[in-house]
Design a protein around this ligand. Structure first.
Ligand SMILES: Nc1ncnc2c1ncn2[C@@H]1O[C@H](COP(=O)(O)OP(=O)(O)OP(=O)(O)O)[C@@H](O)[C@H]1O
Ligand SMILES: [Mg+2]
Length: 354
């Protein structure tokens, strides 16, 4: 079976895509070597796309010298670190003031109880002779702090509230002890909206002189999951590895299965006999280098969008989640592919009986 030539019957006839072409932009060597996530990290609060409400509240609090202790949480790549760094720059103005008044610690620094007792306490406790401002202690990736360290922090936060503010940042708010949560004003950073990402993505692509097509931009968006870091990394790696950022190149770079391949796989699973469906899936995975787990995730999304009887849906989803669970423990891919086909054959049998 030639996997490459199989197309879904519902696929629209391919029109020649419009490619937005740019002349090569020649940048300085430094900026050329920089990852785009850092190069395009928002420098000021105004540069942040999304989270307007959080930015507006923070701006008001900073401008009125009323900043509380903060807890910023939410999924990766939504702008938590960028927000607090930009906020700190707004508070302190110059880079020199920022470096003497703000202490940034993240998971790569050891942050056991000793650091909390010594480094943070010392920094927050010492007053500056010529600078009467409030200090800022940024604890990035705070969910990686030991619980002993978090308990020690409770007292330190209270003791130094007069001349220091603490900003805790994490992905999982449940990993921060309740006593710390109650000392902070919490802000949740939701995944970015597609329109917000699209505008920023096109802006960066234009600034970097990337040649792209509309379906390339849409593919990056649908793979992003609202994570702006992932968007910029995918754009950069696709632009580096191929001449045009289009749907095919984006999916090739990311290693995710192309939507039309997932459609084809679904069609085989729903219509072909056991052996043909199995052979089709195995050869697709080996020719295109897909992981079965990735196909499984996309298949689940596709199935949820279909109108299937609830009993059939239940059998499919239960069977697929079992396959996924076994795959996560590193079991044999081919055996699990056969098992997946089996799940569909079972569901089809139930459909026929009804
Ligand atoms: N709201 C945003 N506006 C513009 N760019 C953004 C935004 N959010 C993220 N980015 C881009 O994504 C990169 C990563 O953002 P950032 O480091 O702030 O994420 P984070 O929320 O701290 O993620 P993590 O939880 O993984 O630490 C930034 O360098 C920036 O280029
Ligand atoms: Mg961060």
């Amino acid at each position: 079976m030639d996997v490459d030539t199989i197309t879904h019957p519902a696929a629209p006839a391919a029109a020649a895509p419009v490619i937005i072409k740019h002349k090569q932009v020649v940048g300085s060597i430094d900026s050329a070597q920089m990852p785009w996530v850092e190069k395009y990290r928002p420098a000021t609060l105004e540069d942040l796309v999304a989270h307007e409400d959080i930015v507006a509240i923070l701006t008001r609090l900073i401008d009125s010298d009323n900043l509380p202790h903060l807890l910023l949480y939410g999924p990766p790549g939504t702008g938590k670190t960028s927000t607090i760094v930009a906020a700190a720059k707004r508070m302190y103005g110059s880079a020199a003031a920022y470096s003497s008044m703000a202490l940034e610690l993240n998971a790569s620094d050891s942050r056991g109880i000793d650091v909390v007792r010594n480094e943070i306490k010392e920094f927050a406790g010492t007053r500056q002779l010529f600078n009467s401002g409030i200090k800022l202690v940024i604890l990035d990736e705070a969910d990686a702090m030991t619980s002993d360290a978090q308990f020690a922090l409770r007292r330190i936060i209270e003791k130094h509230t007069r001349n220091a503010r603490f900003c805790l940042i994490c992905n999982y708010v449940s990993k921060i002890i309740p006593a710390l949560q109650s000392r902070c004003t919490r802000f949740r950073f939701a995944p970015l909206g597609m329109d917000q990402i699209r505008a920023r993505l096109v802006e960066v692509a234009d600034a970097e002189g990337v040649n792209y097509t509309a379906d390339g931009i849409e593919s990056i968006l649908s793979l992003s999951g609202g994570d702006m870091r992932r968007v910029l990394n995918l754009l950069q790696s696709t632009a580096m590895s191929s001449a045009v950022v289009n749907e095919r190149n984006v999916y090739l770079t990311s290693g995710a299965p192309l939507p039309r391949d997932v459609d084809a796989a679904l069609e085989w699973l729903l219509n072909l006999d056991f052996k043909m469906a199995y052979d089709g899936l195995v050869s697709m995975c080996s020719i295109k280098g897909y992981a079965l787990a990735d196909i499984l995730t996309d298949l689940a999304t596709a199935i949820l969008g279909m109108e299937l009887p609830p009993g059939v849906l239940a059998v499919l989803l239960d069977g697929m989640s079992n396959v996924e669970h076994r795959l996560a423990f590193g079991t044999d891919e081919k055996l699990q592919t056969a098992s997946l086909v089996g799940v569909f054959i079972q569901a089809r049998t139930i459909m026929k009986i009804k």
